[in-house]
Write a protein that binds this ligand. Structure first.
Ligand code: PLP
Length: 432
């Protein structure tokens, strides 16, 4: 069996065999797995809050020790001076998101970063003021865009253009996105897209969207909350103007983890409008505390406040695991894990005459990551409850959507198999 195997069998033995052959299997031991009674729970919510690496505690405790030992001097002293800690994070991130290290800044949290970057890149001028986004974007992104319009004195209703799935369809078609950009090219200021939709799990082909936006003389920013650490990204080569993501989902850096942003290098040496703070000031003379803002000539020029070394530490602990495993291998296992899940769902549907599970996520492996979202009409909530009782952690959304994400760092094939078994039993026993 090779990494490209697409042949699956519906048996426990087969799932166990895949686990035995899995070259990443030992990474599971690097994480703390939640428990259910005396056993490990089956945790499929790495798309919501990734699990805790065993090393996180140690990394954080080192920060606390340096704080204890040196006080404020810990910014300059100790084995890992806090002032230089940021540079340890950008290395592993360049691999994960496909960018130069100068294009990455680790700071704040996601919605904050979206606002900061919009303040630089959303510059409505006259009728060229429209924002294009996906319909049903993550709520925080919607609120962010609404308020950005209002800040500029614009009406969100008429300023935000949404692209929706066609009637009767679940997914947004690429051709419709490109057409909308073309239709509105004279009034489009910016495209703000969700790289992987949190609800359907649809992953978008960003390069052509980026190209179309630029051709329409508009900018493009992408929210990769569900993309970072899930799929290999190429932010620089896709020629995005900016992007941002959070680190507590697939990146396992803990609740409220420090987020990050990508800003294309073409902006680093230009005069750009931005919200400024002392942490974005040129490093050599930052502590002279002089009047007149001079930014760092990199994405770091967008920083505002003193970052938390505690959050840096929990981020680093997680990133080093990614570095060791490698995005390519992670993606290859993910393709098989989620492929196995899709296969088992097909098996269930085959046994049940009137198709009871409808997978919303694209079937094509290149247009999805770890996550599958499924609609279980009339039974979603009850099935969710029965899975949770069995210690299988998945997510439920109105109306009847169950979402789950087997992740390659700590999930196993036999867990996917067990989920399918429990789901089938629940489908047969739960009434509407
Ligand atoms: C998870 C998520 C957020 C959450 O943002 P925070 O500011 O970190 O709370 C925003 N947007 C998308 C698309 C998300 O998936």
């Amino acid at each position: 069996m090779t990494a490209t195997t697409t042949h699956f069998e519906n048996s426990w033995e087969f799932a166990r065999q895949l686990d035995q052959e899995d070259e990443l299997k030992y990474f599971r031991e690097r994480f703390k797995i939640p428990s259910h009674g005396h056993e490990h729970a089956t945790y499929f919510l790495g798309n919501s809050l990734g699990l805790q690496p065993r090393s996180t505690e140690l990394y954080i405790s080192r920060i606390l020790e340096d704080w204890e030992r040196y006080g404020v001097e810990a910014f300059f002293m100790g084995a890992d001076p806090w002032l230089e800690y940021h540079d340890k994070l950008t290395g592993p991130l360049t691999e994960i998101v496909g960018a130069k290290s100068s294009e990455i800044v680790v700071m704040n949290q996601l919605t904050v970063n979206l606002h900061l970057l919009m303040s630089s890149f959303y510059r409505p001028v006259g009728k060229k003021n429209k924002i294009l986004c996906e319909a049903k974007a993550f709520p925080s992104d919607q609120y962010m865009l609404e308020s950005q319009c209002r800040i500029h004195g614009l009406d969100p209703e008429s300023t935000i253009i949404e692209v929706s799935p066609r009637k009767g369809e679940d997914l947004i078609r690429m051709e419709d996105i490109l057409q909308k950009i073309e239709d509105h090219k004279d009034e489009l200021a910016i495209v703000l897209w969700g790289g992987l939709n949190y609800y359907t799990g649809q992953y978008f082909d960003i390069a052509p969207i980026s190209k179309a936006a630029h051709k329409a003389d508009a900018l493009i920013g992408v929210d990769f909350a569900h993309g970072a650490g899930n799929l290999p990204l190429q932010l620089h080569d896709w020629d995005l103007d900016f992007a941002c993501w959070c680190s507590y989902k697939y990146l396992n850096s803990g609740p409220g983890a420090i987020g990050a942003a990508f800003i294309h290098e073409r902006y680093h040496n230009r005069v750009v409008n931005r919200m400024a703070g002392w942490w974005g000031y040129r490093k050599e003379t930052r502590f002279k505390m002089e009047k007149g803002f001079i930014p760092v000539n990199s994405a770091e020029g967008w920083q505002l406040s003193t970052p938390s070394p505690i959050l840096y530490a929990s981020h680093l602990a997680a990133l080093e695991i990614f570095e060791e495993a490698g995005m390519e291998k992670l993606r290859s296992k993910s393709v098989r894990l989620t492929g196995f899940l899709q296969f088992l769902l097909d098996e269930i549907n085959r046994k049940i005459p009137d198709e009871r599970i409808r997978v919303l996520t694209p079937r094509e492996i290149e247009w999805k990551g770890c996550q599958l979202s499924m609609l279980v009409p009339g039974k979603g909530r009850k099935i969710y409850d029965s899975l949770m009782r069995e210690g299988i952690f998945v997510d439920w959304r109105e109306p009847d959507v169950i979402r789950l994400a087997p992740v390659p760092l700590y999930n196993r094939f036999d867990e996917v198999w067990r989920f399918a078994k429990e789901l089938e039993e629940a489908l047969n026993s739960v009434t509407r």
